[in-house]
Design a protein around this ligand. Structure first.
Ligand code: ADP
Ligand code: MG
Length: 156
């Protein structure tokens, strides 16, 4: 079973493209954590995933709203950006349990801010700077995560 996948991303279109590849490997509710410094490409990757799941319009970061829902043809998506979360308890107020209970892909930027309340992810992703370029590292954290990375590894 594949537990890790890494790839070099030469420009932002490569980041969007691997998001699209990843989207094609998703078939059911999946929790995805996105780690990486500011500007590392977390939102760019999420855009690729959400557009890959069939969203036609723009995808911006829900920096102030914390979460943006997308109703999509195959699988819904929730994009979280917890950067501005002051206290993990705020997650309760925003009703995050309802989002996680939905049949949907949850893409969570800055999951460290929700530590203690968020469940474990299926896939943990890290985006790293590599000069002007980036690298993406996927780690499977559940049986579902391993199945997804197996598919992704066959695809890229
Ligand atoms: P984050 O959400 O991690 O703060 P963003 O995705 O909002 O980061 O921004 C990343 C920035 O880096 C954008 O300007 C984007 O165009 C650029 N970028 C994304 N992927 C790459 C890449 N592989 N190589 C170079 N620049 C990239
Ligand atoms: Mg972002």
């Amino acid at each position: 079973m594949i537990k890790r996948v890494c790839k070099k991303l030469v420009d932002d279109s490569a980041t969007v493209a691997i998001g699209g590849d990843f989207a094609r490997c998703l078939t059911s509710s999946t929790i995805v954590f996105l780690h990486g410094d500011l500007g590392a490409g977390k939102t760019t990757f999420s855009r690729g995933v959400i557009q890959g799941l069939g969203h036609k319009g723009n995808v911006k970061s829900p920096t102030y709203t914390l979460v943006e829902p997308y109703e999509l043809p195959q699988l819904n998506a929730y994009q979280f950006d917890l950067y501005r979360l002051a206290d993990p308890e705020e997650l309760e107020f925003m009703g995050f349990r309802d989002y996680l209970a939905d049949e949907a892909v949850c893409l969570i930027e800055w999951p460290e801010k929700g530590q203690g309340l968020l469940p474990d992810p299926d896939i943990d992703i890290e985006l790293r700077y590599d000069g002007e370029q980036r690298e993406i590292h996927f780690v499977a954290c559940s049986a579902l995560g391993e199945t997804i990375l197996q598919r992704l590894n066959d695809e890229i």
